[in-house]
Design a binder for this molecule. Structure first.
Ligand SMILES: Cc1cc2nc3c(=O)[nH]c(=O)nc-3n(C[C@H](O)[C@H](O)[C@H](O)COP(=O)(O)OP(=O)(O)OC[C@H]3O[C@@H](n4cnc5c(N)ncnc54)[C@H](O)[C@@H]3O)c2cc1C
Length: 336
């Protein structure tokens, strides 16, 4: 075995798994395809739902510092896990260098050079590869987009949308992040979304810059000189509306893309921890569409590492036995 625990993905979930593993004496190797840990956090200018953190870049830097102190974890940046195989006695992870990123090992004692397609072996793996943005082809309500390569909202330069009307395709959370981070922006956001995403609009519906349009269907046609974006919408009320804007951006949500092989997915493409091979633990955003938050990613990463630890000691994670009565004495099994 190369280590006690392999961790794939260096976001908050994978990093939390690494420090939790170290806290119970497990050595780990963390494989991250990007050039730095917590790349997603670095793009979140304002954070309001994580204890002690107010913005993503500072949190990413703090996590990076924690990992640098973690002697039992070796971080390998610029390497992508392409295949995960799970066997009765071990897991094997195939890794490839990412050409656009110079591979870096942040280690006490550097590991061996890795040839493309090399494999790492361990008793357990935590898979925490997060989610990636959905394209228009994944949104059934969105018809023709007129061959346009539309940018993602969360990648948009605020200066490029100031004083503009922006047609936002989808009501996913990045709009709330942009609105909170840039109260000074004078942009007008026309947000079109399918009715099943209404719950996502709650954090932005009171912002006076936002107009919400729930649609059954939207077709994006060619623009004109006065309105570069023209879209024909059929609203949920059956009304036909022509929407005009200076630019259109995608904000459709995200989907997991775990490495091929042993990671089990459900019908929606997510990877619930309870459906996995006993040597495979999933953590963070790729578990579910519903719990995609920094704090839950960290919590689930820690739990995944503890799951591997208890499994390695032959200890069940459920302590078993009938429930104790409310207010009754605690059961015989202690914490640990
Ligand atoms: C614009 C925006 C704003 C947000 N705002 C908030 C907010 O205010 N509060 C909040 O709680 N949450 C927010 N989130 C959500 C939050 O960022 C995620 O819930 C969190 O980052 C999930 O952590 P994770 O570790 O599961 O995944 P990620 O942070 O996505 O990390 C996954 C890592 O795995 C790596 N990876 C992927 N595939 C491979 C592979 N095959 N091999 C090796 N490495 C791989 C990726 O490079 C990435 O670094 C926001 C998200 C976005 C996009």
């Amino acid at each position: 075995m190369d280590t006690d625990l392999l961790i794939v993905g260096g976001g908050p979930a994978g990093c939390a798994a690494a420090v939790m593993a170290a806290s119970v004496g497990l050595r780990s190797v963390l494989i991250e395809s990007g050039g730095a840990l917590c790349g997603a956090l670095r793009r979140i200018p304002v954070v309001r739902n994580v204890l002690t953190a107010t913005n993503g870049p500072d949190l990413a830097a703090a996590i990076e510092a924690d990992l640098a102190q973690c002697d039992l974890c070796r971080v390998e940046l610029g390497r992508r896990a392409t295949l995960i195989d799970a066997f009765d006695d071990r897991v094997e992870v195939t890794i490839e260098p990412v050409e656009s990123v110079e591979p870096v090992e942040t280690v006490e004692a550097a590991g061996p050079d890795r040839a493309p397609g090399s494999r790492l072996t361990a008793p357990y793996v935590v898979v925490a590869t997060g989610v990636g943005p959905l394209g228009p082809e994944g949104a059934g309500w969105l018809g023709r987009v007129d061959g346009r390569a539309l940018p993602q909202l969360w990648e948009a330069d605020p200066a490029a949308i100031d004083d503009r009307t922006v047609l936002v395709l989808g009501a996913d959370r990045p709009l709330g992040t942009v609105a909170r981070a840039h109260p000074e922006l004078k942009a007008r956001f026309v947000v079109v979304y399918p009715p099943e995403d209404t719950y996502k609009t709650e954090e932005i519906r009171r912002d006076p810059r936002v107009e919400l349009v729930a649609v059954r269907r939207l077709e994006l046609g060619p623009g004109s000189a006065s309105a570069p974006v023209i879209a024909e919408a059929e609203t949920v009320g059956g009304e036909r509306r022509t929407l005009t804007a200076d630019l259109a951006v995608l904000n459709l949500g995200s989907a997991p893309a775990p490495p091929a092989g042993a990671v089990a997915t459900d019908r929606s493409g997510y990877c619930p921890p309870g459906s996995q091979h006993p040597r495979v633990f999933t953590a963070g955003d790729l578990r579910s569409a519903r719990f995609q938050r920094i704090a839950t990613a960290m919590g689930s990463g820690g739990e995944a590492a503890l799951g591997a630890y208890y499994a390695s000691r032959g200890l069940p994670t459920e302590t078993g036995g009938p429930p104790t009565e409310v207010g009754g004495p605690p059961g015989p099994t202690g914490g640990g």
